[in-house]
Design a protein around this ligand. Structure first.
Ligand code: ADP
Ligand code: MG
Length: 251
């Protein structure tokens, strides 16, 4: 059975997708079987591994119109696979709203794939809507990437409320698996202050590795490969590798 981890933060541009793909790549490199699930209609995760978004993907998986394994695509990284998004997922957003037990669609859809993998990573859109809710209900753990800026803390209360609601009503297994900082720039004084405040509040939930701002990380997606296949020696790569080691060590 896979450990299912959802990357959630209703803020856009905090590093959800970048973290899902690069952590996935390094955990796969360490010999674990990893399945990425692109649950954001924007499809950035799919593009980041060069997946074919014209083939059946997560929408077909959700609706059960296809055999689950048929939507999985392999990537250039050994042990790393993906269920890409499909543009129809935008429609699913609307369709799901009227369904009974609409919070459980992704969880049900992923269940038959769980035994094939050690980790399933779900990448969410930047909102706390029905798609992210499905992601939280499907997961064992939630990972929260945060940018080191003042406004990062403002959204956190809302996210915590959503997590508590899911824990109470839909998924009692869900725990906060970890919080980590991305795009860190030590020259910005507020960055250190934000890190201190978050550690003060969440304690050991905060991963020790901090991902620095590194332009190579933002270039890799345009080549359709994770950072380990683009520039494995850059500072961003080395830190995602360290973070991956922490994730594996937490079990
Ligand atoms: P989200 O999925 O939360 O919206 P992304 O992972 O797409 O965020 O990141 C937003 C933008 O920032 C993307 O263009 C990405 O390439 C870039 N980016 C992410 N992490 C870093 C980093 N550590 N250093 C530099 N650029 C980054
Ligand atoms: Mg994203």
């Amino acid at each position: 059975m896979a450990i299912t981890i959802v990357f959630a933060n209703q803020k856009g541009g905090v590093g959800k997708t970048t973290s899902a793909v690069n952590l996935g790549a390094y955990i796969a490199e360490a010999g674990k079987r990893v399945l990425l699930v692109d649950f954001d209609p924007q499809g950035n995760l799919s593009s980041s591994v060069g997946a074919d978004k014209t083939r059946p993907g997560v929408y077909e998986l959700l609706t059960g119109s296809i055999e689950p394994r048929a939507v999985v695509q392999t990537t250039d990284v050994t042990n790393l696979s993906i269920v890409p998004t499909t543009s129809d997922l935008t429609g699913a957003n609307v369709e799901l709203v009227d369904q009974q037990r609409r919070e459980y669609f992704l969880r049900k859809a992923l269940a038959p794939l769980s035994e094939d993998y050690d980790y399933i990573f779900i990448d969410c859109p930047p909102s706390l809507g029905i798609l992210t809710l499905n992601g939280l209900v499907a997961a064992d753990r939630v990972f929260i990437p945060m940018q080191c800026e003042y406004f990062a803390l403002e959204g956190l209360t809302q996210l915590m409320e959503s997590i508590r609601l899911v824990q109470k009503r839909f998924n009692t297994r869900l725990v906060i698996g970890g919080i980590f900082f991305t795009m860190y720039d030590s020259r910005i004084r507020i960055a250190q202050q934000v890190v201190r405040e978050v550690i003060g509040y969440f304690g050991s939930k905060v991963f020790q590795t901090i991902i620095p701002r590194n332009v190579r990380l933002s270039e890799a997606p345009s080549h359709g490969v994770p950072i380990n296949k683009y520039d494995p020696n850059c500072v961003g790569a080395r830190n995602y590798q360290k973070l991956a080691e922490e994730v594996i060590a937490r079990g």
